[in-house]
Design a protein around this ligand. Structure first.
Ligand code: URA
Length: 256
């Protein structure tokens, strides 16, 4: 957002449309290009046209576009689903599981196709940025089935940090859940969100991930939500995920 003309809140047309929760930024560009958008009755076909949120009237096909109600979903993602909107290979995506929502949401961070469990989705881009910002160190907990039994020394390596191609990992919290002779099951909590981090950490100690489930983000647990289904977060759950500073300085709590 830009503050121009004596602190008036200005945003680009493309951003106003995508923030309204009607579609992605790509969709917004298409609508603008197709001449479906008017600002104060005037046809505008440039996505970076400045819009004054308090004064300008934006319409899509003649219907007023208003700021979308904030929505926060907790999905229990099954294995085999990807977290992007469209897949050139036609594989299932998480959007197949939230059809008819009527609002545009984006995943908060990513989960690999073969990882199941807790995935947050929202149309609140500020919230999504906070949760994924590594500076806030929001914890993420995973249940790991390793392809080999893991010794106490291997678990200690994970706790202290292991060296990956993109640098050392920060200390992790690790709990042995059970051993089945052939495999070890461990719970691993990390406060970073690097690409395929858990899989690479387990490989760094000489084993492989056979199964990976995210069970918790920042104290919010997946609980007994059936796989493939989602629920809306409660306002208190949203606030509890916000870093404390943001909660205090946020002028108004998230809207529902
Ligand atoms: N770490 C991984 O390796 N994969 C995920 O999906 C999430 C964390």
């Amino acid at each position: 957002m830009n503050l121009k003309n004596g602190q008036r809140p200005l945003k680009t047309l493309e951003r106003v449309l995508s923030k309204a929760g009607l579609g992605s930024r790509t969709d917004a560009r298409k609508w603008i290009g197709a001449g479906r958008i008017r600002v104060n009755g005037k046809l505008i076909q440039t996505p970076d046209h400045w819009v004054d949120l308090e004064r300008d009237r934006v319409t899509l096909d003649g219907q007023p576009v208003r700021a979308g109600k904030k929505i926060y979903l907790l999905l229990n993602k099954p294995k085999g689903y990807i977290t992007s909107y469209k897949d050139p290979e036609g594989r299932p995506t998480v959007y197949d599981l939230i059809q008819n929502l009527g609002r545009w949401v984006v995943p908060v961070g990513r989960l690999d196709r073969d990882t199941s469990g807790l995935l947050l989705l929202t149309n609140d881009t500020h919230f999504a940025e906070l949760i994924t910002n590594p500076d806030y160190k929001i914890s993420k907990t995973y249940l790991v089935k390793a392809s080999t039994p893991l010794s106490d020394e291997q678990l200690d390596q994970l706790r202290k940090g292991v060296m990956l191609q993109d640098g050392p990992t920060q200390p992790a919290t690790v709990r042995r859940v059970r051993d089945s002779g052939k495999y070890s099951f461990v719970e691993l909590t990390i406060r970073e969100g690097r690409n395929r981090q858990v899989r690479r950490m387990i490989e760094a100690i000489g084993s492989k991930v056979l199964k990976l489930v995210r069970t918790e983000i920042g104290g919010l647990r997946i609980g007994d939500l059936p796989i493939g289904t989602y629920r809306e977060l409660l306002p208190g759950e949203v606030r509890s995920l916000m870093p404390a500073g943001d909660r205090l300085h946020c002028p108004k709590p998230p809207q529902f």
